[in-house]
Write a protein that binds this ligand. Structure first.
Ligand SMILES: Cc1cc2nc3c(=O)[nH]c(=O)nc-3n(C[C@H](O)[C@H](O)[C@H](O)COP(=O)(O)OP(=O)(O)OC[C@H]3O[C@@H](n4cnc5c(N)ncnc54)[C@H](O)[C@@H]3O)c2cc1C
Ligand SMILES: Cc1ncc(C[n+]2csc(CCOP(=O)(O)OP(=O)(O)O)c2C)c(N)n1
Ligand SMILES: [Mg+2]
Length: 570
């Protein structure tokens, strides 16, 4: 069957199961846009191509399906760079399609020509420059496979205008990908699983470190079964949140810089760490020299480059975490570890009582209260898409996620402006989910133009702006480490309620705790979007905190007396 390159693009995407794309047109991608009208594709017009990539990313993280973003050449393509790097750092499977100038013009500084495959080489898992219609199908099919196989990640396909306009025979089967080992998840398992299980069976004080890889692998139930079978407590990374139910008694909570104090203490006193699908990010380990010195270490990661990269381990297994744990389960011995669990529990102290709801109202509105109330009012069932900053950490601490893929956030790149567009992607992927954006006043102002996308697509995405009139996380570092010299962190903003209304979206302003429930309930009652401006305490800080590079057990604690109960013993 003879088709144009543009038709082959959509024919291939549709056959790959793609139903939704996020994009913005322009000259070099016009043939593809024209051909798109003939295919069953929902196209969401974004307001900035960065938004398209974050939407594709949010789509992928919320659903596990490939997210697709489309842009034109030059500025359209370069606007995608931040979103691609965000997806790369967090192993999110997205496919970016860009138009390119005609193949004969490449290298001539043609109008809107940019070497996007060169620019994105270090931030894509793989990328392609396609200059002939005959090559489109194979490139698209392979790109879809590479993005989703092994350790997922972003892939970019740059297609010249003449490749879109030219014709070729479309042969679906001949274009089937033949992945090399590097992109295939059927890696032979390195490391001895018997050795890993021996360490587990012998350990007195084992601890599972559960990461994003568990969610990517679909290993949630397997890891929980391992923990329950051998009475092993679990600590989660920021991106592992939701992979293990927060309410499960063996789930201790988040580790790392803003993790629970008792979790970091447990890491430092464990005799075995079982790291599953996590990459020992520096936000997780603190000072590597003093990190978990008493512990032997088992590490399972599908990407062998992660093994022995940051932390030297005793058993390194390059394997999909689900198949690794499946192999272990029949031979992991049930054991009574009540002494170890009791010790961790004791280190929580009285202040582990988390319900800050019951504290007396001192007239101030605290971000932690807002998030805790949001958790209660949504029965913990919402998909929360958080941005980057203090509010992100409070979300991780005070919204208790019991289900996988219900927290979508940028961890590795820490991309402000991610949340609003990523939430749009999450809502399109999961139309029945209740989707909330939790975003700072700084990050919201980076991508708030996407409110127009919400209106145009008639989406029910609610937005909780945690408005402290500061670039709060940076202000906190200035308070702790730069003698409160607040250089460039006080930030003004528009009247967010009026702004929302200007976009045709309901708006509300909340300044007191007593008003939180009414606003959240109003947002939830109606199947239209709403933006709530929660004007919170301006100079509050996230506790506990391990200063960057400090020993994990040396945390800065909330000074007492404090209006908010700490989450761990002081
Ligand atoms: C302001 C801020 C503060 C932060 N503070 C903290 C903090 O206090 N605590 C914290 O935890 N994080 C924190 N983070 C996030 C941190 O930077 C990292 O993003 C996070 O720790 C990474 O978690 P991860 O290793 O589980 O996930 P990823 O970085 O996504 O790594 C996943 C790993 O799983 C592997 N993998 C993928 N698929 C599979 C599979 N099928 N089988 C096996 N392995 C697989 C991958 O190869 C990769 O190594 C913070 C971020 C920001 C922006
Ligand atoms: C694109 C981008 N620029 C700068 C930063 C550095 N940074 C990290 S947190 C933060 C402050 C975020 O402020 P806000 O969105 O208001 O959230 P808050 O911390 O106040 O909750 C900044 C500037 C970043 N992470 N991303
Ligand atoms: Mg702020």
């Amino acid at each position: 069957m003879k088709l144009t390159g543009a038709q082959i693009l959509w024919e291939s995407l549709v056959r790959e199961g793609v139903t939704d794309v996020f994009g913005y047109p322009g000259g070099a991608i016009l043939p593809a846009y024209d051909a798109m009208l003939g295919y069953p594709i929902r196209h969401v017009l974004v307001r900035h191509e960065q938004g398209a990539t974050h939407m594709a990313d949010g789509y992928a993280r919320a659903s596990g399906r490939l997210g697709v973003a489309v842009a034109t050449s030059g500025p359209g393509a370069t606007n995608m760079v931040t979103g691609i790097a965000t997806a790369m750092m967090d192993s999110s499977p997205i496919l970016c399609i860009t138009g390119q100038v005609g193949s004969k013009l490449i290298g001539s500084d043609a109008f809107q020509e940019t070497d996007i495959t060169g620019i994105t080489l270090p931030i894509t898992k793989h990328n392609y420059l396609v200059t002939s219609a005959a090559d489109v199908a194979a490139a698209v099919r392979e790109a879809c496979a590479v993005a989703q196989s092994g350790r997922p990640g972003p892939v970019l396909v740059d297609i010249t205008k003449d490749a879109q306009q030219g014709t070729a025979d479309f042969d679906w089967d001949a274009a089937a990908p033949n992945l090399t080992e590097a992109y295939d998840d059927a890696l032979p398992g390195d490391g001895d699983y018997l050795e890993a299980v021996e360490l587990i069976n012998a350990a007195e004080r084992p601890l599972i470190l559960a990461g994003h890889g568990i969610i990517l692998s679909g290993a949630e139930r397997h890891v929980l079964a391992l923990a329950e079978q051998a009475s092993i407590p679990i600590a989660v990374t920021l991106l592992g949140i939701g992979g293990i139910p927060a309410s499960h008694p063996l789930n201790l909570g988040m580790m790392g810089m803003h993790g629970e104090a008792w979790v970091n203490e447990a890491i430092q006193s464990a005799d075995l760490l079982i790291a599953l699908g996590m990459r020992f990010d520096d936000r997780v380990t603190g000072n590597l020299k003093t990190y978990a010195r008493n512990a032997r270490k088992v590490h399972v990661d599908i990407d062998r480059a992660e093994l022995n990269k940051n932390v030297r381990v005793d058993v390194a297994i390059a394997k999909d975490v689900k198949s690794a744990v499946e192999e272990w389960l029949p031979i992991v011995a049930p054991r009574d570890r009540s002494a170890w669990l009791g010790r961790i529990n004791a280190s929580k102290g009285d202040s582990a009582v988390r319900d800050i709801q019951n504290l007396p109202d001192d007239g101030h509105l605290y971000a932690a209260h807002v998030i805790n109330d949001l958790w209660h009012l949504t029965s913990g069932n919402a998909v929360i898409v958080s941005d980057v900053g203090q509010h992100q950490m409070w979300e991780a601490q005070y919204y208790r996620h019991d289900r996988s893929r219900t927290l979508v956030t940028s961890g590795g790149l820490g991309t402000m402006g991610f949340a609003l567009p990523a939430a749009i992607g999450a809502k399109i992927a999961c139309p029945d989910a209740e989707v909330w954006v939790v975003v700072g006043d700084g990050g919201f102002q980076m991508t708030m133009a996407e409110l127009a996308t919400i209106t145009q697509e008639n989406l029910d995405v609610n937005v909780a702006i945690i408005n402290n009139a500061y670039l709060g996380m940076v202000r906190q570092w200035q308070e702790f480490f730069y003698e409160k010299r607040y250089a460039a962190t006080p930030i003004s903003g528009p009247d967010f309620k009026k702004l929302a209304e200007a976009f045709g979206i309901r708006g509300a302003t909340v300044t007191k705790r007593a008003e939180v429930a009414d606003a959240v309930n109003a947002a939830r009652r109606d199947r239209r979007a709403m933006v709530i401006d929660f004007q919170v305490e301006q100079e509050d800080s996230v506790y506990p905190m391990v200063p960057a590079g400090a020993d994990l057990h040396k945390m800065i604690r909330r000074p007492s007396p404090s209006p908010i109960v700490e989450t761990a013993a002081d």
